[in-house]
Write a protein that binds this ligand. Structure first.
Ligand SMILES: [Zn+2]
Length: 427
């Protein structure tokens, strides 16, 4: 397939697009500039509520102010920059992403979307253009959920979904989310008041790295997310009988880990046989966990994803049947405790359509693809029409320092974003 490059773009429609490459270079430089705000020297780790995240927010707030935005933080410490509309009291289009990261992260997952959004407003401000609607750039303070083991604490504040149970979550040092909010300069008692009225928001657009290899395989700089896949998490337990590794004969063993191993392989083959499905066993605890003891019990995590909810639930049931069959054949007890069943979140057709029209206007082939990872857009779609633009990333690598995005691809993303945020919104 022919490679789409910046040089082949049709930029005639928008004067702001003429300097897309210069703007993309600024976006790239700013993504790099945020590297220095990390909890750890030599690697990028920026979890919710840390001084590193606060310092990154202060840096971004400076860029927002320079782009003509007024800046505020909500009760959990999400950062917002607002660029006013031509008329007061006009609703706002929300655009952005998150500034928190996983441990030893790459520099683009999250910040790219925030910084592209700032650039889009900067272009409006430089041209002295006000739109019929306000633009609000959101820099969410917790998307990855690394510190409290719960995702979207930032965007769920905006949707009003955050509750007492979330505030009581604790990190590995025993610090509650409520305490962390205070340390971060926020107010846990103000969380409910930070909920945004859907009537004040036109929708949400997010630019994000793909985190997968599909755009690269198609030779495309950007793509439109069709749906954020649903996922199932199950805690599975295999209970056998512990015994002496030297004295229990093979024929008399009830080895829980051997049953678990059979299940891990079954999860792999069942997912591999279903296009679009992925299954992962990422955690495994063996008891008693000694080199000279036959494993008596194993607890493991199953993460199962598919863009189609019915297919995912069918695979989930198939895996449960398989786990029980493996247990029955080996006289091993099987516990099956579903932890989450989150449905797939389809992109809003009208918002995704704005992105697609903008891509087509640039002369780039329009490509739709599902997101295998969760995003703030999934949370926000509960209250506003939401859509996402994916940017090609090298090798599909993410959540890793090797995360890499090309300046030319950022330029295309900016060209798309410029068009998608402008123009009238239907009611
Ligand atoms: Zn992300």
């Amino acid at each position: 397939m022919k490679e789409s490059t910046l040089d082949s773009l049709d930029t005639s429609a928008s004067p702001a697009s003429l300097d897309l490459r210069a703007r993309a270079e600024t976006v790239m430089a700013r993504c790099h500039a945020l590297d220095r705000f990390s909890e750890e020297s030599g690697r990028l780790t920026r979890r919710y509520g840390t001084p590193a995240l606060r310092a990154a927010q202060d840096e971004v707030a400076g860029w927002m102010i320079g782009a003509g935005m007024s800046v505020h933080r909500d009760a959990v410490g999400n950062l917002f920059g607002r660029y006013p509309a031509s008329a007061e009291d006009a609703p706002a289009l929300l655009i952005g992403s998150h500034l928190d990261s996983v441990s030893d992260a790459g520099r683009f997952d999250g910040p790219l979307g925030v910084i592209c959004a700032v650039s889009a407003v900067e272009a409006l401000h430089a041209a002295d253009v006000r739109l019929d609607h306000a633009i609000e750039v959101a820099a969410f303070a917790d998307e990855e959920g690394v510190r409290f083991g719960s995702a979207y604490l930032g965007s769920r504040t905006v949707t009003g979904d955050l509750g007492e149970r979330d505030l009581a979550l604790t990190d590995r040092d025993g610090v509650s989310f409520a305490e962390a909010i205070r340390t971060f300069g926020g107010d846990p008692d103000g969380v409910a008041a930070s909920r945004r009225e859907p009537a004040d928001l036109l929708g949400y657009l997010e630019v994000h790295i793909e985190q997968g290899p599909e755009l690269e395989a198609h030779g495309l700089p950007v793509g439109v997310v069709s749906a954020i896949v649903g996922f199932t998490r199950v805690a599975v337990e295999f209970t056998g009988h512990a015994g002496h590794a030297g004295t229990v004969p093979m024929g008399r063993r009830r080895d829980a880990l051997v049953a678990a191993a059979a299940f891990v392989l079954a999860a792999e083959s069942i997912a591999a046989a279903e296009p679009g499905a992925v299954a992962t066993v990422g955690e495994l605890t063996v008891s008693p966990g000694a080199g000279n003891v036959v494993p008596g019990a194993v607890r493991l995590s199953l993460d199962l994803r598919h863009p189609d909810d019915a297919t995912r639930l069918r695979l989930r049931d198939q895996l449960e049947t398989e786990a029980r069959a493996i247990g029955a054949a080996r006289e091993i007890g099987v516990g099956w405790r579903p932890a989450y069943d989150n449905p797939a979140v389809p992109a809003d057709a009208a918002m995704a359509g704005r992105l697609e029209a903008a891509i087509a206007a640039l002369g780039v082939p329009v490509h739709r693809l599902p997101s295998g990872a969760g995003h703030d857009a999934a949370a926000l779609s509960a209250i506003v029409p939401a859509a996402m633009l994916f940017v090609r990333c090298a090798g599909g690598i993410s959540h890793h320092p090797a995360e890499s995005v090309a300046v030319d691809d950022i330029a295309v993303a900016l060209g798309v974003l410029d068009r998608a945020i402008a123009g009238p919104f239907g009611s």
